[in-house]
Design a binder for this molecule. Structure first.
Ligand code: FAD
Length: 349
């Protein structure tokens, strides 16, 4: 018997955090909030602009942001056959294939992340993601055979991918390489929206797409943004801790929202490139804070792959602000790097 859970990876509890914040901030809401919502990349987004300058309208922002996000979806989705990425994946060639600068930027960042994580992060695990039922194919959840796993694993390897900036293009050394940008493209989209808002001179905002975030300045109460880290319990939405942030990218990866169960074992969507199988350790979630959301997004997945000890060691080595929630006999324990501690909200709820 297998049981499937695939929820929107909204790892930050907006409804909860709003009532939480409203209940504990001393300052009343004093600034005008322009909220924008929509659906993209199989998930939802929420953008809050504080004190929108008079020369801009909600309609203009809404249209520009929707168009920007649709463009990224059209470039980087493995869920549509007509995206640039899907065309590259389908191309049976080892020649350069022209792509947009956006795709080059994201793939280049992915390859750099692979290098600094010793291959724990690897966008060529796409065929394995699909084999285990976490990609666009709607096949039933079941544990694949060892032969199937080895066959798809043989296709992987980030070292077989090359990027060229001028003119922008990608190249693969093996024709059957298949890329999956799901672990960092949402973060990239968050950064793009944040950069667009900043180009308009907007200094106070929150951009959230499917749980990945960029924050800037102050919230509607003129206070630093307060963001919850979710308790990583499947089927339950509860706050584990609260961060206080001003201008940061934030991303969380976990094993508790997108998984299936078979014979009492949980199989999560994070694949270890070395085994070709879902991770199997006690690390339940990782939250990373970085200047760029794309970096936070990629590193959160990488640390999930590595597990608590190796992940924490790498985060420290990289000077990364990381917060790891680990399953223990009594529930969960948190481990964080020193650079994360400044963001923990010490106010009583
Ligand atoms: P994260 O932790 O951020 O990433 C986990 C994902 O990374 C896995 O699901 C897998 O795809 C990949 N991964 C696993 N192991 C590794 C590894 N070792 N190294 C690198 N990557 C790894 N979903 C839909 O249902 N419908 C859609 O139409 C749809 N469109 C999308 C379009 C785009 C452009 C993108 C980027 C994603 C889309 N998705 C869609 C996927 C979805 O919304 C999420 O991006 C996805 O489920 C992972 O996000 P997350 O935050 O849950 O997990």
């Amino acid at each position: 018997m297998s049981q499937r859970l695939r929820a929107n990876a909204l790892l930050v509890l907006w409804a909860l955090i709003c009532s939480f914040v409203a209940g504990c901030d001393r300052e009343p809401e004093s600034r005008e909030v322009t909220p924008l919502t929509g659906a993209i990349m199989g998930t939802e987004y929420l953008i809050k602009v504080i004190d929108l300058p008079e020369q801009f309208t909600l309609m203009q922002l809404d249209g520009d942001i929707a168009q920007l996000l649709r463009g990224i979806d059209a470039s980087m989705s493995t869920y549509r056959d007509d995206s640039e990425l899907s065309k590259f994946n389908a191309a049976k060639t080892t020649e350069w294939v022209a792509v947009s600068e956006d795709v080059v930027e994201v793939v280049e960042h992915a390859l750099e992340t692979s290098r600094i994580t010793g291959g724990a992060f690897d966008i060529t695990v796409g065929p394995l993601v699909n084999l285990w039922g976490f990609g666009p194919d709607q096949h039933p959840d079941r544990v694949p055979t060892e032969d199937q796993i080895q066959a798809e694993k043989a296709r992987a390897g980030y070292q077989y991918i090359h990027v060229r900036k001028e003119p922008p293009a990608l190249k693969k050394d093996k024709e059957d390489i298949y890329l999956d940008l799901s672990a960092l493209a949402k973060g990239y989209a968050v950064d793009q929206v944040a950069d667009y808002l900043e180009s308009l001179g907007i200094a106070d905002y929150m951009v959230e797409i499917g749980g990945e975030l960029r924050l800037s300045g102050r919230n509607e109460r003129g206070m630093p943004w307060r963001i919850a880290v979710e308790r990583p319990t499947p089927g339950v939405r509860d706050i584990f801790n609260v961060m206080q942030l001003e201008s940061n990218g934030v991303a969380t990866s976990g094993d508790y929202r997108n998984y299936f169960e078979q014979d009492g074992q949980r199989y999560s969507h994070t694949i270890h490139p070395r085994t070709g199988k879902p991770i199997d350790h006690r690390l339940a979630s990782v939250t990373v804070i970085a200047e760029r959301c794309m970096h936070a997004d990629a590193m959160a997945t990488a640390l999930m792959v590595l597990g608590a000890d190796e992940g924490l060691a790498l985060a420290r080595e990289q000077g990364l602000a990381a917060y790891l929630i680990v399953k223990s006999a009594d529930g969960f324990i948190a481990k964080s790097t020193e650079s994360f501690e400044q963001y923990l909200d010490t106010n009583e709820p």
